[in-house]
Ligand binder design. Structure first.
Ligand code: FDA
Length: 309
């Protein structure tokens, strides 16, 4: 199993240094991260929108350790929202925000700082005609993130949530959130979690994903099916039909650079497809999580490192 060691590498400073200073890794990074600047994010969004897909942009940055860094992240979001608006893209492009990047982990006042910062981004997104979705991080933050979501939705009910099927609690959370106007992204979950809170086998996680999808598809909200798994994609389509949902009353979501042909196939068949596009300088942890998910990505990555010589 490669997943665990790769998730550990995501925390290794030595490996981070090697990867970020080896020129060739840029090519590998580009497959999953279109660039570091606002202009890169806007360009990648325009390209995706031109092919019939919609986008959610994630400014990469986790483990924010002080308020100045959290403010800089907020500024980055304001900047990209401005850029999207200027390019006429806010009808098709929204943003995803990690609360840890806007201050959630700061001592004492973390939740308050994160709420205020997220509110600033939601207000800017609303002014520009688009929305925000709050990414979900490891299980120790789930309650705080859902509390913040509830607060934000008082003023910005369009704010999207993310739930992770690997958590044992998630079916119940789906029931709570499957209400009118509620946008809910369902993913399997990307963090290393203990058995106490999370299903451990692929089969258990997949079964949970299907149970959660049923709740969301039969509820009154707007399900966002975030998975590259062909089985989950097919089941989502079946459940949507069984629930009498028309195309456009739910959407598929996939990551930038992952199964692009399938993204286009779904979009060409009239489905709403949203591509999650991360950008920014802090791409290392994100890249390691993607590699951990798929051994062929690791082989691709190691081959390109080896051929740099
Ligand atoms: P999984 O990894 O279980 O793979 C199942 C099958 O899918 C594979 O056997 C293969 O057939 C196919 N597949 C998967 N990857 C492929 C690839 N690279 N190429 C070809 N086929 C592939 N997580 C989180 O904890 N919090 C969050 O906020 C988010 N947000 C988020 C947004 C979006 C839009 C997506 C798509 C994902 C997330 N995630 C996330 C990540 C998510 O939790 C999960 O780690 C990954 O999506 C991997 O799970 P899958 O369901 O895609 O398939």
């Amino acid at each position: 199993m490669l997943r665990r060691p790769l998730l550990k590498l995501a925390d290794s400073d030595r490996v981070r240094h090697l990867v970020t200073t080896t020129p060739v890794s840029r090519g590998v990074v580009d497959r999953f991260v279109p660039g570091e600047e606002t202009s890169d994010a806007v360009r990648a969004s325009a390209e995706l929108v031109a092919t019939g897909r919609t986008v959610t942009l994630d400014f990469l940055g986790e483990d924010t350790t002080d308020e100045a860094q959290a403010s800089a992240t907020v500024d980055a979001y304001l900047d990209v929202l401005e850029g999207l608006h200027a390019a006429g893209l806010t009808g098709s492009v929204e943003v995803s925000v990690k609360l840890s990047a806007v201050g959630q982990a700061l001592p004492d006042r973390g939740d308050k700082v994160a709420l205020e910062n997220a509110r600033t981004i939601c207000a800017a997104a609303r002014r520009r005609g688009t929305t925000v979705t709050l990414d979900m991080e490891d299980h120790s933050t789930t309650d705080a993130t859902l509390r913040t979501l509830r607060e934000l939705r008082k003023d910005y009910p369009e704010t999207g949530a993310v739930l992770q099927a690997y958590l044992r609690r998630t079916e119940t959370d789906c029931r709570d959130l499957a209400v009118e106007g509620s946008r809910v992204r369902l993913c399997k979950g990307a963090y290393e979690e203990p058995e106490r809170v999370a299903f451990q086998t692929r089969q258990e996680v997949d079964l949970s994903y299907v149970r959660c999808l049923k709740v969301l598809m039969n509820g009154a909200g707007y399900p966002m099916v975030a998975s590259h798994d062909p089985r989950m994609v097919a089941i989502a389509g079946e459940l949507a039909r069984a629930a009498g949902r028309a195309q456009g009353s739910f959407e598929y979501q996939m990551l930038y650079g992952v199964r692009p042909d399938e993204q286009r196939r779904l979009a060409d068949s009239g489905e709403t497809v949203r591509v999650y596009v991360p950008y920014g300088q802090e791409w290392y942890g994100y890249l390691m999580r993607r590699l951990a998910e798929r051994p062929s990505n690791v082989a691709f990555f190691l081959r390109s490192l080896a051929t740099t010589g």
